[in-house]
Design a protein around this ligand. Structure first.
Ligand code: ADP
Ligand code: MG
Length: 555
C-alpha cells in the first residue's frame, strides 16, 4: 500500500495560518464544525438510502460519537454517515471549493485587527480547518457507504497531507482523530465536551454520544430545531443553528420561523445573514435553503424553492406533503413546491416590511448589504413589485442617507407628475452630474441609482402610487410646470442675457452641423445653471446610462 503526499491548495495553507491565530480566543468552535460535518454526512446518507436502502442495512441508526482519550491527549469525532473515499478526501480536505475564496484570502491578509479578521472568517466559515487550532496533527479515517476500501488522511496542517489505503477505517462513515496540542487537554474532559456541545450543537438532530461503549451518554436533545416550539428555543440556539446551515460564523440579522398549515403543510426556519456571503453574485453558488421532507434532508440545491432575488436567505424548509424520494426533475414545476415558494416569499417580504417600520436603522444596514439583490425582484417578479418598491431604499439628490419612495412622494413639489431618477456608475459621480442642475435649482428631488441592476428595472417598473418613474435624461420639459417654491425670488432676465439669445442661436446651428449624424438634436436650455452643456435622451428613448451599459457589453 502506497502513501501519497499531496499539497494543500495554496489558499488552504494561507487560511490555516490565519485561522490558527484569529480563532484562538474562540477555539472551542472546532467541535461545532466537526459535529456539524458529521451531521451533514448522516443527512446525506439518509437521503441516499431512500433509493438505496442497502447502503444502511446493517447499521440504520445514525449517530455521532465523541471519544476522548486523556492519556494520549486525543479526541475522536466519529459518524456513521456517508463517508469519503480517496478522491473525496483529497477534494474536500485539501481545497476550498467555495467560489470567492481568493477574494477572502486577500482581504484577510490585508485585515489589520483581529476583530476584522474574525469577522471576515465569519462570512466564510472555516469548517474542518478550525480543528488545527487545537490539534498538532489530524488523522481522518473514512469508508464511503457502499464501498469496501477504507482510507486514511493525515496532516499537520503545514502545507501537505497524506492519503493512503487503510484496514483501520470504520465500517461506514468517518472518524476524525485530533492529536491535541500541549495544553489543550481540556478537550478530553467529559464536562468540558458536554458543555461545548450543549452550547453550540444542541440543535443537531442526530444523537451525539459521549463515548462509544455500552455506557455512552447522549448529550444533545437530538430533535430537529425547527420542529420545536418557538418558546422553547433560545436566541443562542437559533444562532448556532444558523451557523450550522449557513456554514457562516456571523450573527443572523433576521430570523423567520413559522409553520404553514392548510392545503400545503410545511415548516420554515429562515435567516438573513448580517454579512454578505462571498458567492452572492456567483452563478455557481448553491442555494442557501435546504429542503427537507418530513425531517429528512433532500437537497441544498433546489432552485424552485425560492426566487433568486431572495438568495441571501439561509435555513430550512421542511415539507409534510412532498414524496420522500422526490427527484430534482420532480421538484421542477411541482405545484406543492410552487405553493411553498409563494407563501414563503410573502412571509419574508412581510417580515422585511415590519423590520423596515420598527427598526429603520437596522433595516438600512440590511439594505446596504442585500438591497442590490432584492432589487432584481423588481423585474423578475412583477407580482411582488409593489411590496418590493415599498421595501426599496434610495439615495437622493436633495438629502443624505436612505429614503423610501414614500419619503420621495411626500417631498414632491406642486405640479410634479413623475418620480425622477438618474442612473450611473457611482453615487458620488451622480451627485455632480450636470443633468441634475435644473432639478436642483427648483428643489426637485431626484433618486440616484448606481447599482448595475437599476438600469434594468427602472424601464420596466411603470408607476408607483400613480407617479411614473422617469429618468431625468428623458427630456425635462415638465420641469417648467413644476413650482419651485422659490419662484418669487426668481429674478427678471437681465438685458445682457436677452441679447445673448441671438448668439446662442448661431452656436446651436453651428453645433448641429459639426455633430451631424452623431446626435439627434441640439437645443438651448434653462435646465443648466452651472454646466455649459449636457446630453439628454428624448422622451421614450432608451436611457443614456443604459445605452452606454449595453454598448459596453456589445449589444
Ligand atoms: P463545509 O462543511 O462548509 O462544506 P468543511 O470544511 O467543514 O466545509 O468540510 C469540507 C467538506 O468535507 C464538506 O463539504 C464535506 O464534503 C467533507 N466532509 C467533512 N467532514 C466530513 C464527514 N465527517 N463526513 C463526510 N464528509 C465530510
Ligand atoms: Mg462543515
Amino acid at each position: 500500500m502506497s502513501t501519497e503526499t499531496l499539497n494543500f491548495q495554496a489558499e488552504v495553507s494561507r487560511l490555516l495560518d490565519i485561522v490558527a491565530n484569529s480563532l484562538y480566543s474562540n477555539k472551542e468552535v472546532f467541535l461545532r464544525e466537526l459535529v456539524s460535518n458529521g451531521s451533514d454526512a448522516c443527512d446525506r446518507l439518509r437521503y441516499a438510502a431512500i433509493t438505496q436502502p442497502e447502503l444502511v442495512a446493517d447499521d440504520p441508526n445514525y449517530r455521532i460519537s465523541l471519544v476522548p482519550d486523556a492519556e494520549n491527549r486525543q479526541l475522536t469525532i466519529a459518524d456513521n454517515g456517508i463517508g469519503m473515499n480517496r478522491d473525496d478526501l483529497v477534494e474536500n480536505l485539501g481545497t476550498i471549493a467555495r467560489s470567492g475564496t481568493l477574494d477572502v484570502m486577500n482581504q484577510l491578509q490585508q485585515a489589520q485587527d483581529e476583530n476584522e479578521k474574525v469577522n471576515l472568517i465569519g462570512q466564510f466559515g472555516v469548517g474542518f480547518y478550525a480543528a488545527f487550532v487545537v490539534a498538532d496533527w489530524i488523522e481522518v479515517r473514512s469508508r464511503k457507504a457502499g464501498e469496501s476500501q477504507g482510507w486514511r488522511w493525515a496532516s499537520d496542517g503545514r502545507g501537505t497531507f497524506t492519503v493512503e489505503e487503510t484496514d483501520d477505517a470504520p465500517a461506514r462513515g468517518t472518524r476524525v482523530t485530533l492529536h491535541l496540542k500541549e495544553g489543550e487537554d481540556e478537550f478530553t474532559e467529559s464536562e468540558r465536551i458536554k458543555h461545548v456541545v450543549k452550547r453550540h450543537s444542541d440543535h443537531i438532530a442526530i444523537p451525539i454520544f459521549l463515548g462509544e461503549d455500552e455506557g455512552a451518554e447522549q448529550i444533545n436533545t437530538a430533535s430537529a430545531l425547527w420542529t420545536r416550539p418557538k418558546s422553547e428555543i433560545t436566541d443562542e440556539q437559533y444562532t448556532e443553528f444558523y451557523r450550522h446551515v449557513s456554514h457562516q460564523m456571523d450573527e443572523p440579522w433576521m430570523r423567520l420561523h413559522f409553520k404553514a398549515e392548510g392545503k400545503v403543510e410545511f415548516t420554515c426556519l429562515l435567516f438573513i445573514p448580517s454579512t454578505k456571503p462571498f458567492d452572492l453574485f456567483d452563478p455557481q453558488r448553491k442555494h442557501g435553503v435546504n429542503l427537507y421532507v418530513r425531517r429528512v434532508f433532500v437537497t441544498d440545491d433546489c432552485a424552485e424553492l425560492l426566487p433568486a432575488y431572495l438568495r441571501f436567505l439561509r435555513g430550512v424548509v421542511d415539507s409534510e406533503d412532498l414524496p420522500l424520494n422526490i427527484s430534482r426533475e420532480m421538484l421542477q414545476h411541482n405545484p406543492m413546491v410552487q405553493k411553498i415558494h409563494q407563501t414563503t416569499v410573502n412571509r419574508v417580504l412581510n417580515e422585511l416590511k415590519k423590520k423596515a417600520n420598527k427598526e429603520p436603522e437596522s433595516y438600512q444596514t440590511f439594505w446596504e448589504t442585500f438591497g442590490p439583490v432584492l432589487k432584481e425582484g423588481l423585474y423578475e417578479d412583477p407580482q411582488q413589485k409593489d411590496s418590493l418598491l415599498e421595501l426599496a431604499r434610495f439615495r437622493s439628490s436633495e438629502r443624505d442617507g436612505w429614503i423610501s419612495l414614500d419619503d420621495y412622494v411626500q417631498n414632491m413639489k406642486e405640479g410634479q407628475q413623475a418620480i425622477y431618477v438618474l442612473t450611473g456608475d457611482s453615487i458620488e459621480a451622480l451627485r455632480k452630474s450636470p443633468q441634475l442642475e435644473g432639478f436642483k435649482a427648483k428643489g426637485v428631488e431626484v433618486l440616484l441609482l448606481a447599482d448595475p441592476i437599476d438600469d434594468f428595472w427602472v424601464p420596466s417598473i411603470g408607476e408607483y402610487q400613480g407617479y411614473t418613474l422617469k429618468p431625468v435624461t428623458q427630456g425635462a420639459a415638465e420641469l417648467d410646470s413644476i413650482k419651485s417654491g422659490e419662484d418669487d425670488e426668481q429674478q427678471e432676465r437681465s438685458d445682457e442675457e436677452k441679447t445673448s439669445d441671438a448668439a446662442i442661436g448661431t452656436l446651436v446651428a453651428y453645433l448641429k452641423t459639426a455633430l451631424e449624424g452623431q446626435i439627434k438634436d441640439v437645443r438651448s436650455t434653462e435646465r443648466l445653471t452651472e454646466s455649459a452643456c449636457c446630453l439628454v435622451a428624448d422622451e421614450g428613448d432608451m436611457d443614456i446610462h443604459l445605452e452606454r451599459l449595453l454598448r459596453q457589453h456589445g449589444r
